[in-house]
Design a protein. Structure first.
Length: 609
């Protein structure tokens, strides 16, 4: 214990006596790459003992703080170091701080690592005014340009710096620079700058030189550095692909890029995202995936697999939008791409594709575009062949109403949709639901005054159901309700429309009672008595369809004659049976008028000929 105290006392006496420790360490030939923590600490203590001699107390305190800030830098505590430098910088003193240049350089380094680029630029400008072309202006300009991705400037300034370090020896701040920016770091920056400026071959040469120095143990090996280097090599091929290469070279470029991606040790997702940002990687892949040979698709799937596993929330739309763009263009390779995705390990991408394409299927079905819907249906069947997609074709009631209302008179869009539906393996419950929605749409057409369109749609529904009895009964219930409403409102054209529809589809049912017929006949008689021949014709025409009788024919014939429609009246009155009940004076008079009219018409026709 006594010896320990004596050793401490000896060292303290050395510090107080001046730079005697320099003699102790001067025999060690060191280069920047060979500094270790012990040597650097002793070097700073040595400088502290010499530079602080004879300083005023105020300056000495600032100097000690400055050394503390440099020490924190070497410990990579840049925020704490900057707090100290800021205190020194703001402190008012009777005379300027004698290490102002070193202080500015220290703040530039802190700004670089704290990624405060505007502040870094300000300090560099101030340092240039303070020290001119001396110091480490070229290095700091290179670092600033590198941070701003001005790679050509960074390369030029780094070249000046490499020339500078050959002519200088390390001092206190230089020691910090060599620790924080050893040769392999600066070479790494140079390589990235060369690649970023499009000088890919030169950048790869620098990276290979770094690898060689690692293999020869000139540079220390670390997983982080190794991963960074291989990913940077891979990135160089990605950037070259973005610029454009010949189509016959695409396979080799992608092979090389994926090869370097797979060389990572322990898969560094952060480093991967740094060199392969998805906004650059995925659009490039999607640009080329449709033009490479099918045998290359597994390689592209490997690239997508690495991408998916490197991002917490991958932007799958970058892939899916690329595929959907090709759908619009009708690319013949879509099925091959989806098959490759289905066969790969990119499970999440496959799930996202199924979900997205399902929405597209529903959308295009709702739009009535069965061509586009068929395209997405084909992709979905490849991505998940075991699934049944019929339920995805089932739209909502409102969608069906929209399609039916906007369709042409032949329901062309609806027919295409029903054909698409028939091609799927659909469960009975879905078919029943579809029929229900179609019937709802038909009822809506009737409500909005499109009665003829409603009847045409009902015919399509019955045909789609293959004349299923359940469907026919549902249709009957609907038309009976329409018929009752039309009868109560005496809307005879609607009544006739429904009756014709039932005859066309072969459905028979009693729609009107004897009491309703008697009421309508009484109404027709009243209308005739008031000489409202037009309405009487409407009433009696309908009665002649549903319950023809002598009285109905008499009213119809006389009303037609009253409206001077003699030809039609003659034809109706000729159907009356002979008898005193029918051949009254009104009928005789009407027949005479009709005969005169017809005879005159025949004569006129004869003379014209």
């Amino acid at each position: 214990m006594v010896r320990v105290f004596l050793l401490v006392g000896f060292l303290l006496s050395c510090f107080s006596a001046g730079s005697k420790l320099y003699l102790f360490f001067s025999s060690w030939e060191t280069t920047p790459e060979q500094y270790d923590g012990k040597h650097q600490a002793v070097a700073r203590l040595r400088e502290k003992s010499t530079l602080s001699e004879g300083l005023p107390i105020e300056q000495e305190q600032m100097y000690l703080l400055c050394c503390q800030g440099f020490t924190l830098q070497t410990q990579r505590k840049f925020k704490e170091s900057e707090e100290i430098f800021s205190r020194i910088y703001k402190k008012k003193t009777s005379s300027p701080f004698f290490l102002k240049r070193e202080l500015l350089e220290g703040r530039i380094i802190n700004a670089y690592f704290l990624d405060n680029i505007p502040l870094m630029a300000g300090y560099i400008a101030e340092l240039e005014q303070e020290a001119g072309s001396e110091a480490h202006i070229c290095l700091f300009k290179a670092l600033h340009a590198y941070r701003e991705k001005k790679y050509n400037v960074a390369i030029d300034e780094l070249s000046h710096w490499f020339e500078h370090i050959e002519k200088t020896k390390p001092l206190c701040l230089d020691t910090n620079i060599y620790e924080l920016f050893p040769s392999y770091v600066l070479e790494d920056i140079a390589a990235e700058s060369l690649i970023g400026s499009g000088r890919y071959v030169e950048g790869r040469i620098v990276l290979n030189r770094i690898f060689h120095k690692i293999m020869s143990r000139e540079y220390a090996w670390s997983v982080d550095m190794y991963n960074r280097l291989v990913l940077m090599l891979g990135q160089s091929y990605l950037l070259e692909l973005k610029e454009g290469v010949r189509s016959d070279l695409l396979p080799e470029y992608y092979k090389t890029m994926v090869f370097y991606q797979k060389q990572m040790r322990g898969f560094d997702a952060v480093a991967y995202r740094t060199f392969f940002p998805e906004n650059a990687l995925i659009p490039t892949i999607m640009q080329h995936i449709f033009v490479v040979p099918e045998t290359m698709l597994p390689l592209f799937m490997d690239a997508l697999f690495l991408w998916e596993n490197s991002y917490v929330n991958p932007n799958y739309s970058l892939v899916l939008e690329g595929i959907k763009k090709e759908v619009l263009q009708g690319s013949p390779d879509l099925l091959k791409i989806c098959q490759a995705i289905a066969d790969s390990k990119i499970q999440k991408l496959k799930e996202e594709a199924i979900e997205d394409f399902s929405k597209e299927l529903v959308f295009w079905v709702a739009q009535g575009n069965t061509v586009r819907a068929n395209q997405y249906l084909a992709l979905l069947k490849i991505l998940d062949p075991r699934a049944s997609w019929g339920h995805k074709l089932l739209l909502s009631e409102q969608d069906f109403v929209k399609i039916v209302c906007e369709d042409d008179e032949h329901f062309s869009r609806l027919k295409d949709y029903l054909i698409l539906w028939e091609e799927q393996d659909v469960a009975d419950v879905d078919r029943q639901q579809l029929v229900h929605y179609l019937l709802f749409s038909a009822e809506n057409l009737w409500r909005i005054g499109k009665e003829e369109a409603c009847v045409r749609l009902l015919k399509e529904i019955i045909a789609f159901s293959h004349y299923d009895k359940v469907c026919q009964n549902q249709v009957l219930r609907i038309v009976k309700r329409f018929y009752t409403q039309a009868l109560s409102m005496r809307t005879f054209p609607h009544l006739i429309l429904i009756e014709d529809f039932l005859d066309d589809v072969g459905l028979t049912t009693a729609l009107v009672s004897d009491a309703e017929i008697a009421n309508c006949l009484a109404d027709a008689q009243y209308l005739f008595s008031t000489k409202d021949y037009r309405l009487c014709i409407i009433y009696s025409s309908w009665l002649a369809r549903v319950s023809p009788s002598t009285e109905v024919l008499r009213l119809l014939g006389l009303s037609l004659a009253g409206q001077k429609e003699y030809q039609e009246a003659w034809e109706i009155l000729q159907k009356l049976p002979l008898g005193k009940d029918t051949c009254d004076s009104q009928v005789q008079k009407a027949l005479l008028l009709c005969h005169k009219y017809i005879t005159r018409q025949q004569k006129n026709t004869f003379f014209r000929e």
